[in-house]
Design a protein around this ligand. Structure first.
Ligand SMILES: CC(C)(COP(=O)(O)OP(=O)(O)OC[C@H]1O[C@@H](n2cnc3c(N)ncnc32)[C@H](O)[C@@H]1OP(=O)(O)O)[C@@H](O)C(=O)NCCC(=O)NCCS
Length: 188
C-alpha cells in the first residue's frame, strides 16, 4: 500500500453541485466509532434528510458563500479523505448556544479525517486552508468545541496551535458531559 503524505492531497473548497459527495462523507463521519462524541448531528437524523437538506448545506458552505466554507482533502485516487468547515460568526450576534459573540470569529466544525488517512499530516493541510479563509474574511480568532473525552482531537488541535480558552459548555447530547472551547489567535 502506498503511504500518502500531506502533500499528496489536494485541499480545496467544495462546490454547491458536489452535494452528493458532501452527504457521503458526512454519513461516513457520523458512523465513525467516536461520532457520538465528535459530532452533535446523529447518523439516524442525517440519513433521513431529503436531498434538499444536502443541496442547501452545499450551497451554504460551498464556493460563493461568504458565511461558511467547507474544505475537503482529495487523495490522488479521488477519495475525499477528510474535511473541515469554517463558519463565520459576526460580532454582536448570538452563537448556536445563545451566547453573545463579541468579535467576528471563525468557528471550525465537522472536523473529520477518514481512519485510513489519519496521522499523516492531512489535518494540518485542512486546517491551514480553513484558518487562512477565516483570516481572509477578517475573523479576529478561530474557535472550535471538542468533547472533554476526545483526547486524539485535542492533541491534534494543540499541535495546530489551538489552546483551551477555559470556557466549558454542556454537551448538548448529554447534559452530564462537557465540551471545551479551543481558540487560535492570529500570530502577531
Ligand atoms: C480529530 C482528527 C481529525 C485528527 O486527525 P489525525 O490525523 O487523527 O490527527 P493527528 O494524528 O495528526 O494528531 C493526533 C495526535 O493525537 C495523538 N493521539 C492518538 N490517539 C490518542 C489518544 N487516544 N489520546 C491522546 N492522544 C492521542 C496522536 O499520536 C497524534 O499526536 P502525535 O502526532 O504527536 O503522535 C481525526 O482523528 C478524526 O477524524 N477523528 C474522528 C472525528 C473527530 O474526533 N473529530 C473532531 C471533532 S471535535
Amino acid at each position: 500500500m502506498t503511504v500518502l503524505t500531506r502533500n499528496d492531497y489536494a485541499v480545496r473548497a467544495i462546490r454547491p453541485d458536489e452535494w452528493e459527495r458532501v452527504k457521503e462523507l458526512r454519513l461516513d463521519a457520523l458512523r465513525d466509532p467516536i461520532a457520538h462524541l465528535a459530532f452533535l448531528e446523529t447518523y439516524e437524523n442525517a440519513v433521513a434528510q431529503p436531498d434538499s437538506f444536502w443541496q442547501e448545506r452545499a450551497v451554504r458552505s460551498g464556493v460563493g458563500s461568504t458565511t461558511a466554507r467547507q474544505f475537503i482533502a482529495e487523495a490522488p485516487d479521488g477519495t475525499w479523505a477528510g474535511s473541515v468547515t469554517l463558519l463565520i460568526e459576526e460580532g454582536g450576534s448570538e452563537d448556536w448556544a445563545g451566547f453573545p459573540v463579541e468579535r467576528r470569529q471563525g468557528h471550525m466544525v465537522g472536523v473529520f479525517v477518514r481512519p485510513e488517512h489519519r496521522g499523516n499530516g492531512l489535518i494540518e493541510a485542512l486546517f491551514e486552508a480553513g484558518v487562512a479563509w477565516a483570516w481572509e474574511r477578517e475573523a479576529e480568532r478561530v474557535r472550535l468545541f471538542v468533547h472533554r473525552e476526545n483526547a486524539r482531537a485535542q492533541a491534534a488541535y494543540r499541535k495546530l496551535g489551538f489552546e483551551p480558552s477555559g470556557r466549558v459548555v454542556t454537551f448538548s447530547k448529554d447534559e452530564a458531559e462537557t465540551e471545551l472551547e479551543f481558540v487560535l489567535e492570529p500570530q502577531p
